[in-house]
Write a protein that binds this ligand. Structure first.
Ligand SMILES: Cc1cc2nc3c(=O)[nH]c(=O)nc-3n(C[C@H](O)[C@H](O)[C@H](O)COP(=O)(O)O)c2cc1C
Length: 174
């Protein structure tokens, strides 16, 4: 079975980022893909900020990435960059650990003002980790995602179309 790991770099679960995560995981699971989710902010924070490579939970999370054919890097825009939260985990991946994997960057921003963050900030880090098979990615803004009463999220047509197109390319690329 094909496996995809989603590395999510938000600072809380109650976030529109979870809307993108839910949509993405649902789509892939319907395509019979095994999906693993790493919520970086739920990993031991001390291990993350002291770069404790030997921490058990960090090692298990790293193993999920290693064993996946596809990796989705999902980050909010914080201060015109990817979140520091996601960087603490990316820093703990072995060198070139994204080589031979299909990598899909997905970002959520408050507006389109920082649309280029994906190209000038996130993608160079992923390239440094060996990601040569990297998809264009999708950048979604807050106003494209609505929180519903049942704690789920609704993506608007534009964001759904763009994310779906990227997910189809991810499936083709693995
Ligand atoms: C600390 C912090 C910094 C942020 N900086 C930016 C930013 O520079 N540019 C931007 O487009 N959005 C920025 N945002 C908005 C987030 O990218 C994201 O759209 C928002 O957190 C989603 O809100 P929610 O988690 O409440 O759903 C920031 C949010 C936080 C919490």
């Amino acid at each position: 079975m094909t496996t995809v790991t989603i590395i999510a770099g938000g600072h809380k679960i109650d976030s529109r980022l979870t809307g993108i995560l839910q949509y993405t995981a649902d789509f892939l699971e319907k395509e019979k893909v095994e999906v693993h989710v790493i919520q970086v902010h739920q990993l031991p924070s001390n291990a993350l900020i002291t770069a404790d490579f030997m921490n058990q939970e960090i090692m298990e999370a790293r193993q999920k990435v290693e064993q996946s054919e596809g990796v989705i890097v999902l980050s909010p825009v914080f201060q015109a960059s990817y979140s520091g939260i996601i960087k603490t985990f990316l820093d703990l991946l072995p060198q070139k650990s994204l080589r031979n994997k299909t990598v899909l960057p997905l970002m959520l921003g408050g507006s389109y003002a920082h649309l280029l963050v994906m190209d000038y900030a996130l993608k160079p880090v992923l390239a440094n980790l060996g990601a040569t098979n990297m998809l264009t990615g999708a950048y979604v803004t807050d106003n494209q995602i609505t929180k519903q009463d049942n704690q789920s999220y609704l993506l608007d047509e534009d964001s759904e179309t763009r994310i779906t197109s990227q997910l189809k390319q991810l499936l083709e690329g693995m």
